[in-house]
Each structure stands twice: as structure tokens, then as C-alpha cells.
Design a protein around this ligand. Structure first.
Ligand code: FHN
Length: 592
């Protein structure tokens, strides 16, 4: 037989095996993202030119929404494209800023709600390469640089909202009449997604946003397209239509109150806006950001932190500087972030939080103790304890004890006097076996007892009831006075305790709202206390920086002896308001 015939015969028999697309599991698809934990969001587009101001008027809302907020007609907004000339854009600088902060992926707006594509598109000439004096494809430059520097490149794409298109959703000032949304999907969205997933190498993720009225079938067709073109590409949580995606996206700047199982991500701003605004200087400090990064990792999520480049193509210097400081901490401590899993505990500690890897717990301590440090409720045998910042990993003295009467484990660690870090100091606890912790609520080392709403049993007239809590841990729509919350907890130290009732602000981050006036009754250890919710003390919440915590003192309770107790809380009456009782937690603190 001729050689060529043998070759073709072979090709026919093994060809399908050679060229069949490898099926990829969900775990394989998510692996890099789970390891990464920290990414950079980039909101960049024509809105960087008005930068928050239109025809002399400043708009207080987020910068990339100026077209909608100022109801700018399409023809006028299009004029911005003719001015867009980001000559200072340097893909290397963007990637370097992300790398220097310890970020492992970049998600850039390829098309935001204004409909303008930041990449060369044959589906719509309204794009950076065809409609601007700049004339170059920034997405291409950034993708190539990301590939060179081993940074995952991901694309944000606004699939439903498109203020430029008569058939896209949400522009009712230019296009008040009926629209053919399917036509827009077929003629713009699908061709552009195809371009993004064909012309830029491997894409880490498509970050869909604001699904609005997209139907199940329509959303599914977008998912199918992504899967067909790049099966390894992750699909973000905001596709819509009830279609399952690869992970959950929290609300903007919303950090959950507790551990959430599964994959999720917090998209967050560095100041108040996403797209550049010249007068928004309300920057979060590197300290706050670092603490939030640790806290989000400890709850099992990723942090996608935004920068908004200027119309010249520069990431604002303030952002670069702030991120560099987060990076300083990451350079020493990144082991407690990358590839970690959530805390084994389902509560936040006053002192900080915990991340873990097999055989290791990382205690992120915000407030360095002046006396001994105690970790309550860890059942594992501890092998070694050391500071993550200590390259020599010098062993720190520790002692594990078990209190049989209270069935309670305690780990005491002798920490050095001086905290290794002003922001978060990380203590590594090496343990035997998988982390195992007590589930009962127990008293902390400072003798306080924390009863979070999220851990309570809700009842209505003696039957199990459902009371919803927001991601921030505050009761959502709690107006029903027949619902009670009950906790069971251990008290080690008899004595009198002050009740601190904590509620939280809620609503959007620009305008948080809160309302008190509810009358509540607390029953515990045969005693009852009634109080009215007022804002005696407002406190900045390190974990949900936009929404303050509000404290009301709820009287005192006396525990005659150590033991296990129940405490229940009911609303006796409530004020008619839109918000309801945004109860978060009760803290019992020993009276000195
Ligand atoms: O409307 C957008 C907003 O402009 C921004 O892109 C954020 C980022 O998460 N997403 C939408 C609002 O949730």
C-alpha cells in the first residue's frame, strides 16, 4: 500500500480521537480562578472624557452612567469617540500595576452600557479602532501583554443594556418605542462575543453584567456560544434568565457577613465610581482594602477591585499608589490568600478571621492582643505555630486545653509583644488532619459572647420560620412581630453581662438608610429586658465599609453559674417603615 493511503487510513481512524474537543470539568475550569483570589477590574471607555461632568453640571452618580444620568442623546455622546485619544495608554503599565498589587487576573470593560467597544469590531463600527483618532485596539494590546506576563485576561461585556442601540435595552430617551431585543443579540452581542473569543487568544472569563429582561433561552444561547468557542472560559454570575453560570457575583461592594459555600466574587470600587471621575477622591485606604481582601478570602470569595483609567489612558496615580501598598502586604503574606479556602468557623471573630489550606490555618489578626491570644473551639491537634512574616518560621509557644464540663477546646498562643504588621498580622497554625471546630457558640477570650442573627433559629408561633438576612448580615424586611430568634450558647464565666443590640444600615452604598424605633424583648436565664432600638452609637464597619453598624444597649443579664443557656429576641412592636428591623447581632459583654 502506498504511504499516503496508509496515512489517510490512519487519519480517518484516529482523527476523531485526536481532534475531539477535550471535555473540561467545572473544577478544572475554575482552578486558576480559585487559586487567584484577587483580580483587577478595569472600567474604561468614552465616559472617562466627561469624567462625571456634562455641560457644566456635575453628576453625583457613578461615572460610566453619565450617558443615562444626563440623558445624553446618542448623536451627542458619539461625538466623544472623535475626541478619544488615550495616547498615554501602556499595556505594560496596566499589567504591572495589577501584578505589583498581587492581582492574578484582569477583567476589562470590552463594551459597557454605553455600547462603545474598546476593541476592533466588524459587528459595530462604534469601536475604538474605527471611531476614534487613536485607532488602535487596546484590548488586543492588553491581551498580548497579559499573555506575556502570565496574567489571566477576562472581558466584561454588557449583554442587555446598550444605550447606543435602538434594540438594546434601557435607552428610553432616544428610543422610547418598542424594540427587537433578539435582533440586537443576534446582530451585535453574538458577533462581538465571537470576536472577543476568537481574536484575543485564551480568554479567562466573560464577565456579563446587568441582564435585565434577558430570557432563559437568550441567556442560554450566550452561554452555549461561550462554551462552544472557548470551553475553558469562565462565565460570571450575572448572565441572567436563571441560567446557571460558573460562580456567583455578590452585589457591587457587598461583602457577605459570613462564609458562603461555592465560588463567588465581590466586585468593588477603589473610590465611589467605576469609570473615571475627576472629582471623586473618596479613596479607600490600603489598610481597609488589605483587610477586606483577607476577610473576603476568609469567607471563601474572590475580590475584584476596580481602577478607572483616564481618557489619556492612565490609571490614576492614587489608585496605583494605593494598590502598591496592598501589594507590599501581599509580597510578605500572599500565602494566606492564594489558593486558600474559607475559614472553618461560621462566625467572624472580633480579632479578625481565618483562611486555610490543607494542614494549615492562617489567623489574620487585625487587633494585636496586648495580653494572651486565644483561639476558641479548634479541635485539631496543633503541630506548630509561627508568624507568616517570619522567614525562619520560629516556633511560637502554644498550649491546647480541653474543658470537659463545657466540652470546649482552647488554643493559647504566646505572641510576640510587637505585631509584625500594622494592617493584618498573620499567624500560621499547623494542624493534624482536616480542620475541625466546635459548632456551638462559645465565649471568646475577652469573655464576650457574640450571637449573630445569621446563626439564630427563627420561629413563628412555635413553628420554624424563615427570616431573611442580607449579605451584610442584617435582617431583611423583618417587620413581623410574631417571629422570634433564639440562640443556644455556652457561658464559662458566671456574672453580669451588658446586652449590646447591633443593627446595620442598609440600602445602596451611595445612600445608606436605617430606621429605629422598634420595641424588642430579650428573654434569657429567667430574666426579661425590653428596649427600644435607637442609634446610641454608630460605628464604621471594617467588613462592609459603606454601611455603619448601629448599637443600642439592651439592659443587663445575670448568669448565676457557667453552663449552656438560651436567649431569645422578639420585636414587640415595630414602626411603620419601609426598611424593617435590620437586626444584625447581639453581643453580651461582661460588666467589670
Ligand atoms: O451598571 C454597572 C456598573 O456600571 C458597573 O459596571 C458595575 C460593576 O459591577 N456593574 C453594574 C451595576 O451592578
Amino acid at each position: 500500500m502506498k504511504k499516503s493511503i496508509i496515512f489517510f487510513a490512519l487519519l480517518i481512524s484516529i482523527g476523531p480521537v485526536l481532534f475531539a474537543q477535550k471535555t473540561i470539568t467545572q473544577d478544572e475550569r475554575m482552578q486558576w480562578w480559585r487559586d487567584a483570589r484577587f483580580g483587577m477590574f478595569i472600567h474604561w471607555g468614552l465616559y472617562a472624557i466627561p469624567a462625571g461632568e456634562w455641560k457644566g453640571k456635575e453628576y453625583p452618580q457613578i461615572g460610566e452612567w453619565i450617558m443615562k444620568n444626563a440623558k445624553i442623546p446618542v448623536v451627542e455622546y458619539e461625538e466623544l469617540a472623535k475626541q478619544f485619544n488615550p495616547v498615554k495608554f501602556d499595556a505594560r503599565a496596566f499589567v504591572a500595576t495589577a501584578k505589583n498589587a498581587g492581582m492574578k487576573y484582569i477583567t476589562i470593560t470590552s463594551k459597557h452600557h454605553d455600547g462603545f467597544a474598546m476593541f476592533k469590531s466588524n459587528a459595530s463600527k462604534y469601536n475604538i479602532a474605527d471611531a476614534t483618532p487613536y485607532g488602535k485596539d487596546v484590548i488586543k494590546a492588553l491581551s498580548e501583554e497579559c499573555q506575556k506576563q502570565n496574567m489571566k485576561m477576562c472581558f466584561y461585556y454588557s449583554q442587555s443594556r446598550d444605550w447606543h442601540e435602538p434594540n438594546g435595552l434601557d435607552n428610553d430617551w432616544d428610543f422610547p418605542k418598542e424594540r427587537n431585543f433578539q435582533k440586537y443579540l443576534d446582530e451585535k452581542v453574538k458577533p462581538q462575543l465571537t470576536e472577543l473569543l476568537t481574536n484575543y487568544g485564551p480568554v479567562g472569563m466573560i464577565w456579563f453584567d446587568t441582564p435585565l429582561d434577558i430570557s432563559k433561552e437568550q441567556a442560554q444561547s450566550l452561554k452555549d456560544l461561550v462554551r462552544k468557542l472557548q470551553p475553558e472560559c469562565i462565565i460570571s454570575g450575572r448572565l441572567g434568565g436563571g441560567v446557571e453560570t460558573d460562580y456567583m457575583s455578590t452585589g457591587d461592594n457587598v461583602i457577605p457577613a459570613t462564609v458562603i459555600p461555592g465560588d463567588w466574587e465581590v466586585p468593588a470600587t477603589l473610590n465611589n465610581t467605576w469609570g473615571f471621575k475627576k472629582n471623586d477622591h473618596n479613596w479607600k485606604s490600603p489598610e481597609v482594602l488589605t483587610r477586606l481582601l483577607f476577610d473576603i478570602s476568609a469567607k471563601g470569595g474572590n475580590y475584584l477591585l476596580n481602577v478607572g483609567p483616564t481618557s489619556e489612558g492612565l490609571i490614576p496615580q492614587e489608585s496605583v499608589d494605593i494598590l502598591a501598598k496592598v501589594g507590599d502586604w501581599m509580597k510578605i503574606n500572599n500565602e494566606c490568600i492564594y489558593g486558600t479556602k474559607a475559614s472553618p468557623y461560621n462566625i467572624e471573630f472580633k480579632w479578625g478571621n481565618i483562611t486555610r489550606k490543607p494542614g494549615k490555618l492562617y489567623l489574620g489578626i487585625l487587633n494585636w492582643p496586648t495580653t494572651g491570644f486565644y483561639l476558641e473551639g479548634l479541635k485539631n491537634k496543633v503541630k506548630k505555630v509561627y508568624l507568616l512574616a517570619d522567614k525562619g518560621q520560629k516556633a511560637l509557644p502554644f498550649k491546647e486545653t480541653f474543658d470537659k464540663i463545657n466540652d470546649h477546646h482552647r488554643l493559647k498562643i504566646e505572641l510576640p509583644k510587637q505585631a509584625p504588621d500594622k494592617v493584618i498580622s498573620v499567624v500560621v497554625v499547623e494542624i493534624e488532619g482536616p480542620a475541625s471546630v466546635e459548632t456551638a457558640i462559645c465565649q471568646q477570650a475577652d469573655k464576650s459572647i457574640l450571637l449573630p442573627g445569621l446563626s439564630a433559629v427563627a420561629q413563628k408561633e412555635g413553628q420554624p420560620a424563615e427570616l431573611k438576612f442580607t449579605a451584610r448580615g442584617g435582617g431583611a424586611d423583618w417587620r413581623d412581630a410574631t417571629i422570634s430568634l433564639t440562640w443556644n450558647f455556652k457561658v464559662e464565666k458566671a456574672g453580669t453581662y451588658q446586652i449590646d443590640l447591633v443593627t446595620t444600615e442598609t440600602g445602596s452604598h451611595g445612600t445608606p438608610v436605617w430606621q429605629g424605633g422598634q420595641k424588642v424583648k430579650i428573654s434569657c436565664a429567667g430574666q426579661e429586658q425590653e428596649t427600644t432600638i435607637t442609634d446610641e452609637r454608630r460605628e464604621y464597619n471594617q467588613r462592609s465599609q459603606y454601611w455603619k453598624l448601629i448599637h443600642t444597649s439592651g439592659g443587663k443579664i445575670k448568669f448565676d453559674k457557667p453552663g449552656t443557656y438560651d436567649l431569645s429576641l422578639i420585636q414587640k412592636s415595630f414602626t411603620e417603615n419601609k426598611i424593617g428591623f435590620t437586626f444584625k447581632e447581639i453581643s453580651l459583654n461582661p460588666v467589670k
